[in-house]
Design a protein around this ligand. Structure first.
Ligand code: 13P
Length: 242
């Protein structure tokens, strides 16, 4: 059975103090009985150490938002696998469209970061997805298959999560129809050597659409941006009705 993973991507939001305020409310609202759902918070680097201590022994897992491919070196501003592993990080987002768009992330560096994450025992969450222009031009399938082809060489598919995040649905309130996300995710799965890889949907996931998204047969979770910043709304997403 494929694992269900609901992850919040906090992007560049929340100080340490704000993170603790979030947790106080969030922990009181999540339904711990739903044991088959993994909950992950992907927070800024500055908050990882604090949350690692705070979450220790609980059900919430910790994720980072980037990882460098080298173990160490003269790479100002970057963070390595051993640094993340030491503080108890479990997951790391790799290849988010914002990193591809604003920070020159390429398919090649995505591949190097994925392999580095696995080398240090972290599970990478690989993001793929098309722009509005690519969708309108009918290139969605080709683009995604190509992103996977370039990202996955040398990557162990038994320790991998994929997030399908159509760029036009990120932060726009324009959600991809659940059935369409299901169709693209099925296509992604058909291109994998391990069909058990959990594949999430991301892009304007909210309390009012999570139930329909999670009812789709191919969708194994969500990668949530804006709605993961509010503890009540993220708790409702985590507690989705199957
Ligand atoms: P939103 O949920 O704010 O659309 O962001 C999605 C995302 O980019 C998660 O990685």
């Amino acid at each position: 059975m494929r694992k269900i993973i609901i992850a919040g991507n906090w992007k560049m939001y929340k100080t340490q103090a704000q993170s603790l305020e979030f947790l106080q409310v969030f922990k009181s609202k999540i339904d711990e009985a739903e044991g088959n759902r993994e909950i992950v918070l992907c927070v800024p680097f500055t908050t990882l150490g604090l949350l690692s201590k705070t979450l220790h022994g609980g059900i919430i897992r910790l994720g980072a938002q980037n990882i460098h491919w080298e173990d160490e070196g003269a790479y100002t501003g970057e963070i390595s696998g051993p640094m993340l592993k030491e503080i108890g990080v479990n997951y790391v987002i790799v290849g988010h469209s914002e990193r591809r768009q604003y920070f020159g992330e390429s398919d090649q560096t995505v591949n190097m970061r994925l392999r580095a994450a696995q080398k240090f025992g972290l599970v990478p969450i690989l993001c793929v997805g098309e722009s509005k222009q690519q969708r309108d031009a009918g290139q969605t399938e080709e683009l995604i298959i190509n992103q996977l082809k370039l990202a996955l060489p040398g990557v162990d598919q038994s320790r991998l999560v994929i997030a399908y995040e159509p760029i036009w649905a990120i932060g726009t309130g324009e959600t991809c129809a659940a059935s369409e996300a299901n169709r693209v995710i099925k296509l992604i799965r058909s291109g994998l050597s391990n069909p058990e890889v959990p594949i999430q949907y991301g892009g304007s996931v909210k309390p009012d659409n999570i139930d329909e998204i999670m009812q789709q047969s191919e969708i194994d979770g969500a990668l949530v941006g804006g709605a993961s910043l509010d503890p009540v709304s993220f708790a409702r997403i985590v507690n989705y009705l199957a």
